[in-house]
Design a binder for this molecule. Sequence first.
Ligand code: NAP
Length: 457
Amino acid sequence: MAYQTVNPYTNEVVQTFTAHSDADVEAALAAGHALYKSDWASPANMSARLKILAMLAEVMNARKEELARIISIEMGKLIGESRSEVQSCIDIAQYYADNAARFLAPVPYPDVLGEAWVEHHPVGIILAVEPWNFPLYQLIRVVAPAIAAGNPMVVKHASNVPQCALAMEKAIADAGAPAGTYRNLFITPEQVANIIADDRVQGVALTGSEKAGSIVAGQAGAKLKKATMELGGNDVFVVLDDADVVRAAKTAAGARLYNAGQVCTAAKRYIVQAAVADEFTRVVIERFQAAQMGDPLDDATTLAPMSSQRAKNDLQTQLDQAVANGAKVLCGGAAVPEQGQFFPPTLLGNIERSNPAYFEEFFGPVAQLYVVADDDAVVALANDSNYGLGGTIFSGNVERAKQLASRIETGMVFINQGGDSVAELPFGGVKRSGFGRELADLGIKEFVNQKLVVVGG
Ligand code: NAP
């Protein structure tokens, strides 16, 4: 696909970019490998690398507004949400600058052979394949730990956010990173496959769809390369009969409409106990109907356009299919602005297990409502999914919510707050939501050699 900026609010083709050649790819790999083989990558040089991360946080902070506008223009995100995304990037860079030395310090292992410890060494070039929905944040989640650990990185970003891709590359260079630290490449899936096959590349981190994940993980597997996969989700938002239902409903509506619903951990399936279902539904519909669609650069807008015409058309097809298979539209069909890829907030009910919608991820502002009788029914429905990314439980009884949280088969569960992601907490899923973790201490250990050293007595 062509690498170009198409503003999803104005439908204007803003800029088109030249693809990188195989020679460009080779130059990027040669520079990354030379850096990996230099002293720069050694554990002893970590403090110099962490200074670059701290400087990256400063550079991004100085460019906050400029970066936020690029995000909004390229994929339509509300400007306030874009500003928070840039702030999250700054926080993640600073977090690893402050904590990576502790995470990667040698760990002593008591044993019977002698003195033993595990050291953490870089492994070589890591390839990242990243999506458009958080176009700077998805990058920093992989590059900040890579810089800290000493792994050079080559990156294939989504084709609809090329300016974000270049802005991150420039910020890293301006933070003082040496050549080879990070190289953005506008490349094809075939070139991605060739990079994975290259002996200088030791791992691949992908965030994106199940389809892309299974292809890229397959290529990595065939070459015995380590991979992490952050894929789709169909997260539940559970409301128990003892919950503060109005607060839960307001949070649920926000958690479905944020980023125009294009979030892997968005609240996609509302599972609500019968006693509170009517009140919950009323408040959610009220919130959905109050959404203000308009210019993403206008602070008064509360619902952004979707990222592209294709994304909007795909969602409409899914919705039509859900309705054709018996789903009932409880709220939807509101008029949308003539200009821009807007999709009206939609709430679907009456979704039977035979409806394809029951198992599908809707990547936009469409929520599903299921009304259930008791806690066992919550767990059964929540776990009847091919995905296992996150989930939310609202209850007046935190102990009861904790019991349920431990029974839900996902990588993350939030109690009495919407799903969120911060630098300090590991992020990732199970089942077809992928494998591996990003962020926190677990994220930085995905692509390091955990090397055992033993000194005999
Ligand atoms: P996508 O189509 O899979 O695209 C993601 C990235 O993969 C893009 O850079 C894309 O490049 C690339 N790609 C696609 N096919 C490829 C192939 N055969 N070989 C190499 N690269 C390939 O994902 P999307 O539909 O845009 O993004 C939405 C999905 O991502 C949703 O399912 C969402 O839930 C998931 N997601 C997950 C997380 C998480 O952390 N778990 C976070 C955000 C999004 P092109 O743009 O050039 O096609």
